[in-house]
Write a protein that binds this ligand. Structure first.
Ligand SMILES: [Zn+2]
Ligand SMILES: [Zn+2]
Length: 185
């Protein structure tokens, strides 16, 4: 199993470090970081100042480092939305996923920056979206990483871990590509 992290647009490589450290253990995967890809200009909605998450995800090159991996996780620094939604923390579609780091920062909420909180949120959102790519749906257990995050408080309530039910489904090798998750997280 291999997971490739793909920075999209301007992303500090240091901010990918927690993902490199933790995703491998969680998914029993080899984790690599690919060269960064540009944010597609067509994804920008100038009126909203946000990028359409689907357009960003679909623009991931079908050749190159990401194509050779079992899963690709794009990491963006800009704000993402889907039509009909104010914002999304991330989305997943079959074998690829996308998260935004913007709303994981305390500074986004007018609070002093907290590196530990930021790292934890980054891992939680990455595991959640990758969980979808392994076929896991949203879970009713509010402590499970697959619980739906409507706000950052939901993200903070859950940890990066799977509940026993989700963990056993993951371990059972139900690794069919996930359904498209056009949801807020
Ligand atoms: Zn669960
Ligand atoms: Zn979700």
């Amino acid at each position: 199993m291999s997971i490739v992290l793909v920075p999209v647009g301007k992303v500090d490589p240091a901010e990918l470090r927690p993902l490199r450290e933790f995703l491998g253990g969680i998914f029993s995967a080899d984790v690599k970081v690919a060269g960064r890809v540009p944010l597609p200009a067509a994804a920008l909605n100038p009126g909203r100042g946000q990028y359409d998450a689907e357009v960003v995800l679909e623009s991931l090159p079908s050749s190159g480092e990401a194509a050779g991996a079992d899963r690709a996780l794009e990491v963006a620094g800009v704000d993402l939305y889907l039509p009909g939604m104010n914002f999304v923390f991330g989305i997943a579609d079959r074998k690829k996923a996308l998260i935004s780091l913007l709303r994981l920062r305390q500074s986004f909420y007018g609070l002093p920056e907290d590196a530990e909180v930021f790292r934890r949120r980054t891992v939680v959102e990455a595991v959640h979206e990758l969980g979808h790519t392994f076929g896991l749906a949203h879970c009713e257990d509010s402590r499970c990483v697959m619980h739906f995050s409507n706000t950052i408080a939901d993200t903070d309530r859950k940890g990066p871990g799977f509940c026993p039910s989700c963990r056993s489904r993951l371990a059972a090798g139900e690794t069919r590509p996930g359904q498209r998750q056009g949801r807020k997280d």
